[in-house]
Design a protein around this ligand. Structure first.
Ligand SMILES: *Cc1c(COP(=O)(O)O)cnc(C)c1O
Length: 391
């Protein structure tokens, strides 16, 4: 049998495998398992977007290969969305690229810049694709710890200058998965200064840019002065418009980086289905009332989780954005033992924080993407089985 390539053998093990086995075991025993583990929006894609897709799918022009960079009309819609919502000017021809989901672009950007032995800086804990994309390119991911005492923001001054100089890419993600932390303009200005001093390209992942609570609106990286010279932003219709299954996203910003990503992609995929891009235009430029309605639903769920946990002895502040709550585990537990306890005693699945890298130890992630009644039931069961907790 052919031996697997080193780059595949080196991929980190799937840390959720043990918990998946436990979930399967509980289900087999007849437990009514409630999962707060999966960050996939439960709310439907808005009807105007589905209607647009239904109409566009009959257009025979869409049944052929799309253009590699994406339909110009879609890229123009992305640029117009940034102009209307963020006051950002983008050239749709050179500064916007259609992606088949932002995960795809995040995985491929390392192929553009990372030679074997090169370094990408990635947040830890973090969305796993920053690291694995770099590894698949033969590079090394250097982890930037996100610590609670720093608001889950990396401290650039802590990065040894030899390492800083070696790094070619710097991945950032705010609102953050899994910590739900947000970044302000001062932070992004520091990141841009650091990147420019060390000749690093910033790759900002803005997947949760539309999901803010209590009137808070997350910043787009591209709103910050100098961002377009410092790097690119990945964003997607997945979370903001409940379209995870549609696989439609974009990268926008610095033109040489956009061009490089387009070059790599044109050798790997052949573009996104044009009917989906047409539906994407409807999402970006059609009625935007879905966003405040969706945020209100997530906000209520966030309140259910945090209010109940605080009644039990936690001291959590309410997160301002994203679809997660990042919960410290009580005294005497590790991430994994707490997740196991909650599954065994309450039939509730939470994600152990160490699944996002060792830096996530001491936390579990709970998602807001579950039916509100089921969420209430999950919290009721957790309260019943855990009682009061200590820290
Ligand atoms: C969900 C998510 C994405 C992915 O998005 P797609 O556009 O659906 O590929 C990217 N980054 C983060 C941090 C996410 O949580």
């Amino acid at each position: 049998m052919a031996e697997l390539a080193k780059r595949v053998k080196d991929l980190p093990p799937y840390l959720f495998a043990r918990i998946d086995d436990k979930i399967a075991g509980a289900k087999a025993k007849g437990v009514d398992v409630i999962s707060l583990g999966i960050g996939d929006p439960d709310l439907p894609t808005p009807k105007n977007i589905i209607d647009k897709m239904a109409e566009e799918i009959y257009n025979p022009a869409h049944h052929q290969y799309p253009s590699y960079a994406g339909m110009l009309s879609y890229r123009q819609a992305v640029a117009e969305w940034y102009r209307r919502g963020r006051g950002v000017t983008l050239d749709p021809q050179t500064e916007v690229l259609t992606l088949i989901g932002s995960k795809e672009g995040i995985a491929h950007i390392s192929l553009c810049y990372i030679n074997p032995g090169d370094v990408a800086r990635v947040p830890a804990p973090g969305y796993p694709v920053y690291e694995t994309g770099c590894m698949l390119a033969g590079g090394e991911a250097y982890k930037m710890p996100l610590r609670a005492e720093n608001g889950f923001l990396p401290i650039f001054e802590d990065i040894p200058s030899a390492v800083a100089k070696k790094a070619k890419l710097l991945f950032l993600n705010y609102p953050n998965n899994p910590t739900s932390a947000v970044a302000d303009e001062a932070f992004y200005r520091k990141a841009i200064a650091f990147a420019s001093e060390n000749d690093i390209i910033i790759c900002h992942d803005g997947a949760y840019s539309e999901i803010g609570f209590d009137g808070y609106r997350p910043l787009s990286f591209l709103e910050v002065p100098g961002a377009k010279e410092a790097g690119i932003e990945f964003n997607s219709l997945s979370k903001g418009y409940n379209m995870t299954g549609w696989r439609i996203a974009w990268a926008a910003g610095r033109s040489d980086v956009i061009r490089a990503l387009g070059t790599v992609k044109s050798n790997i995929d052949s573009g996104a289905f044009q009917a989906v891009q047409a539906a994407g235009i409807e999402a970006l430029l059609g009625p935007q009332d879905i966003i405040p309605r969706m945020c209100a639903v997530y906000q209520e769920r966030r309140d259910i989780i945090i209010d109940t946990l605080n009644e039990m002895g936690w001291h959590m502040e309410k997160n301002k954005a994203a679809v997660y709550v990042w919960v410290p585990v009580p005294k005497g537990f590790t991430s994994e033992s707490f997740a196991e306890f909650v599954l065994d005693k309450a039939g509730v699945v939470v994600t152990p924080g160490n699944g996002y890298g060792a830096a996530g130890e001491g936390f579990v992630r709970m998602t807001l993407t579950i039916n509100t009644e089921r969420l209430r039931e999950a919290l009721r069961r957790m309260k019943e089985s855990l009682g009061a907790v200590a820290f």
